[in-house]
Design a protein around this ligand. Structure first.
Ligand code: NAD
Length: 327
């Protein structure tokens, strides 16, 4: 089994280490010479502190090394997924490979899910989405993790399950690609809101309320988009939402926390210093809520803070003074 990972950031590197642990011949392809040179010189990455990258993993910028892979994981930030899927097609590198998408978000201008973006670039390949509560920092340290792989094609999901599951990393299969992807994309917005509550000092009750009302919002939109409501109670829905809203590893939560303590959007993005998918996902979520006519009060408040320079202190007040509802 040969597995190639595109994107040498935290998640790409952790997934390459998992593939290597599962005895696959593993290629970690990165676009940037300096990043790959650093990995090769030190067998570490600043994105995964105190983690040693095994020598068996081939870290390279040479695209030709990807050829012949059984599985290709696209683990770049969401803005670079289309570019990299097209690179695989244009360089004729993906022949017969199952393509795994791990980006969490929607394509910014067209609001497509990333499995759709990849399928359009690579129409002859089977596409699988991998998602769930899986911080790279913990997966790289072989800490207990459960995720889901979703595909319209069950055999493709089983291929990934068989290739990447081990005693530390348990994989469930699911046929609801829309549900898995919408849960993954939207949870980052709620996590940012949880960070804001934390930054404002609103307490644990507010975080629990955000998680549960957040999954309700996510589910309402997801079902309108064609998802199965049950998926939102699973690993890629509630599971990922809980970890992102509560974990110190979550950069989306951290982004919100920094906003809550008074930093501007630009200052908070700069301070986090890594990909903050919630920044993009908030705009997409707002557009999708409008498009499908779904009421998403938490998303609306996040959008107002990030894109309309809204006063952060007004958001919880507005959410709490909405008219009474049934749960
Ligand atoms: N970090 C996690 O725990 C985690 C877990 C699940 C999913 N994800 C998803 O994985 C994706 C990558 O996240 P990450 O945490 O590895 O990000 P990161 O910020 O750690 O790394 C981003 C990396 O992407 C690469 N990159 C940037 N532009 C590129 C381009 N144009 N082409 C190729 N590579 C490019 C660079 O090598 C950079 O190091 C995101 O969509 C994220 O939502 C991350």
């Amino acid at each position: 089994m040969k597995v190639s990972v595109l994107g040498s950031g935290g998640w790409g590197t952790a997934l390459a280490m998992l593939a290597n642990d599962c005895s696959a011949e593993t290629v970690l392809w990165g676009k940037f010479e300096d990043e790959i040179a650093f990995i090769n010189q030190t067998r570490t990455t600043p994105l995964l502190k105190e983690v040693k990258i095994p020598n068996e993993i081939l870290a390279t910028t040479d695209k030709s090394q990807i050829k012949g892979s059984d599985i290709i994981i696209i683990a770049t930030p969401s803005f670079a997924v289309e570019e990299n899927a097209k690179m695989l097609r244009d360089e004729d590198l993906a022949d017969g490979a199952v393509i795994v998408s791990v980006a969490k978000g929607f394509e910014k201008t067209t609001l497509r899910r990333f499995s759709q973006v990849i399928a359009e670039a690579l129409p002859n390949n089977k596409i699988v989405v991998l998602s769930g509560p899986s911080h790279a920092e913990e997966v790289a340290r072989k800490m207990t993790t459960c995720v889901v792989v979703a595909s319209d094609d069950e055999s493709a999901a089983l291929t990934v399950q068989n290739a990447l599951m081990n005693e530390n990393f348990r994989i469930y299969t699911n046929l609801d690609v829309i549900g898995v992807e919408t849960g993954a994309a939207l949870k980052n917005v709620i996590a940012m809101a949880a960070g804001i509550c934390d930054g404002l000092g609103l307490g644990d009750n507010s975080i629990a309320a955000l998680i549960t009302r957040g999954i309700s919002e996510i589910g309402s939109l997801g079902v309108k988009m064609g998802a199965n409501v049950k998926t939102f109670a699973g690993l890629s829905g509630l599971g990922d939402l809980i970890v992102t809203c509560t974990s110190r590893h979550s950069r989306n939560r951290r982004f919100g926390q920094l906003l809550g303590t008074g930093l501007s959007v630009d200052e908070a993005l700069k301070k986090v210093g890594m990909t903050v998918e919630s920044y993009y996902a908030t705009e997409s979520a707002k557009k999708l809520a409008d498009k499908y006519g779904v009421e998403m009060p938490i998303v609306n408040e996040c959008y107002n803070i990030i894109y309309n320079n809204g006063d952060i202190n007004d958001a919880p007040v507005r959410l709490m003074s909405r008219s009474g509802r049934n749960e």
